[in-house]
Ligand binder design. Structure first.
Ligand SMILES: [Zn+2]
Length: 453
């Protein structure tokens, strides 16, 4: 065997076992105690061996140079350093562009830059007939999830967007939905600006929980009407979760993701100096929303935690003259998502080890057509693995990270547990603080059709 990871505690969604992991040709070929010596050995005594993390929500591809400072090179380096071996990146679809051309452009960037594997979710930004005509070939090529933004130009073209949603379902793909109500947000934002309350302290009032919940309710009805499964990205509020809960009680194909900022931070952050750095869509909410999200993770109402990583700098986020309508939304999070969820979730007794692995690897793999190739540790699966030291204590510092962003919203947080070695298809890409994976070794993933969560 090329590599044996010896004496570790192997954790999957199904349970925990003491086993060695034998790897050959980039895949797991043996699991069990006392495997024969490999060409290379990693001693994982006292360590967990997790499936490599899958971050189902990133923004690393570039349409223009101004959209952020991370690309597939710095972004996938950050991912590897954070125990993540696959990212799923959103392909933007600006007005007037061809979706197929945008996907080709993203694929080229991945092939040149990425050090781990990358799946692509094309955004359907404009539901034009020629865009719908491109969908079968995109699905055929393994791009089996498409994104809809209800917070942008959705309300001016609802019938066309519903036709696009139906097409996505007919092709066996999954619709990722950003559920915030465009018309309510526009109305409330205009009112705030007119009242001279355009600064960041009022940001949550421009996009309240009910603007999320009503959009989730509409999205559920659209899923039902178009017979298309939907995956609600980055839910933030108790009100939205209640709508998802009711939909799942009715056995509708509705799935949910949340994002670390909503688990760890609340709207009180918007009173801080430089509070623009905390702006993402939707906004940070109240402590009660945070409690509801942790409860939803525990009982599986939310299946996936993903970053929505965008590498903005502090200068981008805090430029003079920005208002609630124009502060760039998003922040870097790829390097800290997995260890912080371990620290705040598992180490604090809020999540079991297996639930943690489900949310960061197994569920996103199932949802996005990658299971069992990825998202688990099994004979025949890709050897995408992370050797994790549950006792190592690290203080989060942006200056120590691979991301080109120059701030971290968790600066100074003490975290218990950190990735020690990250392995992508059998190759060590990160070890003991150093990224060693080479740009261009990552591949664009051809994913299977949606088969249910
Ligand atoms: Zn996003």
């Amino acid at each position: 065997m090329d590599l044996v990871i010896r004496n570790g505690t192997v954790v999957t969604a199904d349970g925990v076992a003491h086993a060695d992991v034998g790897i050959e040709g980039g895949v797991v070929v043996a699991l069990g105690r006392g495997l024969p010596t490999g060409d290379r050995e990693i001693d994982a005594t006292g360590r967990y061996v997790f499936p490599g993390g899958i971050d189902a929500h990133t923004h690393l591809g570039r349409h223009r140079p101004i959209e952020g400072v991370d690309d597939f090179l710095s972004g996938t380096r950050a991912a590897a350093a954070g125990g993540i071996t696959t990212v799923l990146d959103y392909v933007v679809h600006p007005r007037g562009t061809s979706l197929a051309t945008q996907v080709a452009r993203w694929s080229q960037q991945v092939e040149e830059q990425a050090i781990i594997d990358v799946g692509l979710h094309p955004v359907i930004g404009e539901p034009r007939p020629d865009v719908l005509d491109d969908l079968p070939a995109l699905v055929q090529a393994g791009h089996t999830s498409f994104k809809f933004f209800m917070n942008r130009n959705f309300d001016s073209a609802i019938p066309e967007f519903l036709a696009a949603l139906r097409r996505v379902g007919e092709l066996g793909a999954l619709a990722c939905v950003h559920a915030e109500d465009e018309s309510l947000i526009r109305h409330l934002t205009e009112r705030l600006l007119a009242a001279g309350r355009g600064d960041v302290r009022a940001f949550p009032d421009s996009r309240p929980d009910y603007s999320e919940a009503v959009a989730v309710g509409r999205a559920v009805a659209y899923a039902q009407a178009t017979e298309t499964p939907i995956y609600l990205v980055h839910l933030s509020s108790r009100a939205a979760l209640e709508v998802v809960d009711a939909a799942r009680d009715r056995d509708l194909p509705v799935y949910a993701e949340t994002r670390p900022i909503y688990l760890y931070l609340t709207r009180a952050r918007f009173e801080e100096p430089e509070a623009n750095k905390y702006v993402g869509y939707p906004p940070l909410r109240e402590p009660g929303d945070q409690d509801a999200l942790w409860g939803a993770l525990r009982r599986g109402l939310v299946q996936v935690v993903a970053t929505d990583h965008v590498g903005y700098t502090l200068a981008h986020k805090t430029a003079p003259g920005l208002t609630v309508a124009t502060i760039p939304a998003g922040m870097a999070n790829l390097e800290t998502m997995l260890p912080m969820l371990y620290s705040e979730g598992v180490a604090r007794g809020r999540l079991s080890l297996s639930r943690f692995v489900e949310m960061i690897a197994t569920n996103p793999a199932r949802m996005f057509g990658l299971f069992p190739r990825k998202g688990t540790i099994a004979v025949g699966s890709d050897a995408d693995l992370v050797v994790f030291d549950p006792n190592r204590r690290v203080t989060v510092q942006a200056a120590a990270q691979q991301s080109q962003a120059d701030f971290d919203v968790y600066e100074g947080w003490e975290v218990q547990g950190w990735p020690e070695v990250t392995i992508s298809r059998g190759e060590v890409v990160f070890a003991n603080g150093v990224v060693v994976g080479q740009p261009g070794r990552g591949r664009v993933l051809a994913r299977q059709p949606f088969q249910g969560g």
